[in-house]
Design a protein around this ligand. Structure first.
Ligand code: NAD
Length: 258
């Protein structure tokens, strides 16, 4: 039995990942705002520190897999806090317990939105590791143009995919024998998208931005099963990748850009 920490465990992709892991006989420790094993607000530094401490305690000091699913898509600065710092700081905080495993793995949920128009300033601010500066950049962009809030989500996902790429090959991860990768979904049917998909204008907008020629909108299982493989003992050599599991949206939008 392996021990997994899953953030965003109370809903959608995170909840499905927990269920599938448990069905396979693995042990899970869920983190979410409420309704998981550990209640914590990953938009704040204090919430992340508390979540990390409680997860390490609950695990007994050895964690085999970390799967970071918690995220929001609000057109607001807080989206950078949850989707970027709420991932990087939790992963880094759990490193001591991962290093205690004989087959440690980590995976995060990015998005095909990482390919959509975003703010290079916001992405660079996040990658500098300074959360206050990142939030200040976001506030500044929105003050100049209220529509700039829309850049928060794709910027948070571009930044987390780039962080995974940079970090995966460092001493912390590859050097410690820990594969670190991301999965980028297209449009997944979860509480995050349900309302949008239920109204005709929302649906048309989503489908215009996320073309999915293969099997259209996807169930959470299509993401959870890959997150589970990436964090299984079978994954020995994949590092730094963002894998698009998106019904062909990346291939459609980026075409030959490879
Ligand atoms: P969801 O809303 O069902 O689940 C997200 C979970 O994250 C919720 O349980 C929520 O409470 C938790 N969360 C949000 N803010 C938090 C905070 N401050 N602290 C702790 N937990 C917090 O949505 P989902 O679709 O399952 O999303 C999971 C991940 O997948 C997210 O990172 C999202 O950006 C990504 N994603 C989703 C889609 C989609 O179409 N649904 C597409 C691409 C990427």
């Amino acid at each position: 039995t392996r021990t997994y920490v899953v953030t965003g465990a109370a809903s959608g992709i995170g909840a499905t990942t927990v269920r599938l892991l448990q069905e396979r006989g693995e042990r899970t420790i869920g983190i979410d705002l409420r309704g998981a094993d550990i209640d914590a607000d990953l938009s704040t530094a204090e919430g992340r520190t508390a979540a990390v401490a409680q997860a390490i305690e609950a695990s007994g000091g050895v964690i085999d897999g970390v799967i970071a699913c918690a995220g929001i898509s609000a057109p607001k600065p807080i989206t950078m806090s949850v989707n970027y710092f709420g991932v990087t700081e939790v992963l880094e905080g759990l490193l001591p317990a991962l290093r205690a495993s004989d087959a440690p793995r980590a995976a995060v949920v990015s998005s095909m939105a990482s390919l959509q128009p975003n703010s290079a300033r916001l992405v660079e601010a996040a990658l500098s590791g300074d959360e206050a500066a990142t939030l200040a950049v976001a506030e500044d962009l929105i003050a100049q143009d209220p529509r700039a809030g829309r850049a928060a989500y794709p910027s948070s996902k571009r930044a987390i995919s780039r962080w995974v790429r940079r970090e995966s090959i460092t001493e912390n991860w590859a050097g410690a024998g820990i594969p670190l990768n991301a999965v980028a979904p297209g449009t997944v049917i979860t509480p995050m998208t349900q309302e949008l998909l239920n109204n005709p204008e929302g649906l048309a907008l989503v489908d215009a931005h996320v073309p999915m020629p293969l099997n259209y909108h996807q169930p959470a299982e299509s993401i959870a099963t890959l997150l589970i493989w990436l964090t299984s003992v079978e994954n020995t050599h994949m590092a730094g990748q963002t894998i698009y599991v998106d019904g062909g949206a990346d291939a459609t939008l980026r075409g030959d850009d490879i």
